[in-house]
Design a protein around this ligand. Structure first.
Ligand code: CMC
Length: 432
């Protein structure tokens, strides 16, 4: 960066300030406005953070115009094709791909923590059987801080590491328990001889009365789905985890906050919403009607699984997901799935439509994931839970990075106040 590019000049209200320009390893430069308020008595205004970098990070990079997603520099397509979720977890947490010894040690460290405190089973029984599993996840994950007191001191690196391993290890167990509870089947204990994805399928679908054989195509698909969702830089739930953690809250409470944020249909809840939308559309001849509805400004309906704050091109995760979808359905002999046909038709029509083209609205990761998960036997209500299981490693990697950042401060945005100005209290008998 040349000398003249290192300073941004801002003139406002008769005051001129020089603001430093910072440059990352790749991606847009940022203007450092930390001194702005002190120098000008003015804030910046950016609802939804469309132009604001909230932190410095070395974990994940997205180029939304080009449709690129990198974890620690590695393209998501290469990781989905050649790596596995355990390795991706190590990469996100520690910055490099593990060698053989590091991998074995890490996997052992994770599997050591897959069981949950036996008393947590009683905790589940407090929920209604028809509770949404995301509601159970928010409650139970938050409750982990009441069970694991020995890993809540955020200033102790060892305790942070134990909490990190616990969260990554226990999320599949808790997610599967939430599902089993809703069906009335007994909880299935984890099996540490299985991979992360295999163990999750086993805890979800095994029953004590029968042998459960894990299909390698299904476990590979599960692994890929986890890999594709593992991190996505400063999205809403990750920013929630960072904000909650910035006050010094314990990691279990922070991840519970992330789960709550993920639940919304604009974020992780979209995979469930896509499937419900496809079921509502019902047949190919109604696709045009729904595309029209999505374009109507007087109708709050949106095409779920379409559009993204950062991607203004095809979401690279959606491409891998689409391939996996065809693979899984072919393996299950369900390639004629009417919902898949409907999704393909919807994608085709939307991608040719001027509205979607002009606004650069492309399918996102959630567009195809629901179809795969449904074919694999997951109920719709579990889709967002699977997203939470996968994203936990990203959340804790980002949380650890924040705690270790010497520039870290409690997150405390300001506001543009447009309410009443100071006025005196009015007694009841004087009010209108
Ligand atoms: N269907 C119809 N119109 C849309 C859609 C859509 N899915 N998405 C955006 N638009 C329109 C929107 O109405 C707006 O139009 P205008 O400029 O005329 O007001 C324009 O496109 C820009 O949209 P925005 O809401 O300002 O963009 P945003 O960055 O705030 O929202 C989004 C991003 C993902 C919330 C939004 O695209 C959306 O609601 N999509 C559907 C839900 C979805 O699939 N979410 C999953 C996201 S990927 C997984 C994850 O990261 O959680």
């Amino acid at each position: 960066m040349g000398e003249s590019e290192k300073i941004a000049k801002l003139g406002a209200g008769g005051i001129s300030v020089d603001l430093p320009v910072m440059e990352g390893s790749v991606g847009p430069k940022v203007i450092d406005i930390r001194k702005l308020y002190g120098a000008t008595d003015m804030f910046t205004y950016d609802p939804g953070f469309t132009s604001t970098a909230s932190c410095e990070s070395k974990i994940t990079y997205i180029d939304g115009d080009e449709g690129v997603l990198l974890y620690r520099g590695y393209p998501i397509e290469e990781l989905a094709r050649h790596s596995d979720f355990e390795e991706v977890c190590y990469l996100l947490l520690y910055g490099e791909l593990p060698n053989k010894t590091d991998r074995e040690k890490f996997v052992r460290g994770i599997t050591y923590h897959t069981m949950v405190h036996e008393q947590l089973r009683e905790f589940f029984r407090g929920f209604r059987r028809d509770a949404h599993p995301m509601a159970i996840m928010c409650g139970v994950v938050g409750a982990l801080s009441a069970f694991y007191h020995d890993s809540t001191d955020i200033n102790d690196p060892h305790q942070r590491m134990v909490a990190t391993h616990r969260l990554v290890a226990k999320m599949p167990t808790i997610a599967a328990m939430a599902y089993k509870y809703s069906t009335g089947q007994p909880f299935v204990y984890p099996r540490n001889d299985l991979s992360y994805a295999e163990n999750f399928l086993h805890m979800m679908f095994a029953v004590p009365a029968e042998h459960y054989k894990i299909d390698p195509i299904m476990s590979r698909a599960m692994d890929r789905i986890f890999t594709l969702h593992a991190d996505h830089e400063q999205n809403a739930s990750t920013s929630t985890v960072r904000l909650a953690g910035s006050s010094g809250a314990n990691p279990f409470a922070c991840i519970a906050a992330g789960i709550a944020c993920l639940w919304g249909p604009a974020h992780g809840g979209a995979n469930e919403a896509v499937l419900l939308m496809l079921q509502e559309i019902g047949s190919k001849d109604r696709v045009a009607e729904y595309v029209k509805k999505a374009k109507n400004k007087d109708d709050n309906f949106r095409l779920m699984g379409f559009g993204h704050r950062v991607y203004k091109n095809y979401d690279p995760r959606a491409k891998v997901m689409q391939e996996t979808c065809h693979e899984v359905l072919a393996a299950l002999g369900k390639q004629d799935d009417p919902l898949l046909e409907l999704a393909v038709e919807l994608e085709r029509i939307a991608l040719e439509d001027d509205y979607f083209v002009e606004k650069k609205l492309y399918p996102n990761v959630d567009f195809y994931s629901g179809i795969i998960l449904r074919a694999m036997g997951f109920p719709t209500s579990m889709f967002t839970v699977l997203f939470a299981v996968a994203r936990t490693v990203g959340w804790v990697a980002q949380w650890n990075e924040m705690i270790e950042d010497p520039m870290q401060k409690i997150g405390r945005p300001r506001q543009l106040y447009t309410g009443a100005v100071r006025r005196s209290y009015v007694a009841m008998d004087k009010r209108n």
